[in-house]
Design a protein around this ligand. Structure first.
Ligand SMILES: [Zn+2]
Length: 121
């Protein structure tokens, strides 16, 4: 657990390689961050905390970095265009897609991460 109650967790990551990519991406943008054990209840083992730089800038950078890391998963759907969460066919729907069957927003980083990492949460 971080001892400082003001610790800002920018994102969490499932693996050290994901965490390293995020730290690198933030560093390229002049944002200082550090990897710690994730204190949040989540399946992710690591948390990335802000140590130097503007929080809003860091958060928008995190979105860009995750988007790039999830390049192979542009939507939480299988190759046939079926919703990752319920299997409903959403092929042909224009983004942003919210599954009409189960209600999951399928273009978000969280949904894309779940599909990429094989999680349901
Ligand atoms: Zn669905």
């Amino acid at each position: 657990m971080p001892s400082d109650p003001n610790t800002i967790i920018l994102t969490t990551a499932p693996s050290s390689s994901h965490a390293a990519q995020i730290i690198y991406g933030l560093d390229l943008r002049g944002i200082g961050a550090q990897v710690i054990e994730n204190p949040l209840k989540s399946s992710d083992r690591y948390a990335i905390i802000l140590v130097k730089g503007d929080e809003a800038v860091a958060r928008s950078a995190i979105t860009v970095i995750w988007d790039a890391m999830l390049d192979a998963t542009p939507r939480a759907a299988d190759i046939d265009g079926n919703c990752y969460f319920c299997g409903y066919n959403i092929a042909g729907l224009m983004p942003p897609v919210i599954c009409p069957e189960c209600g999951h927003p399928l273009d978000t980083i969280a949904a894309r991460r779940a599909a990429s990492e094989g999680r349901i949460d």
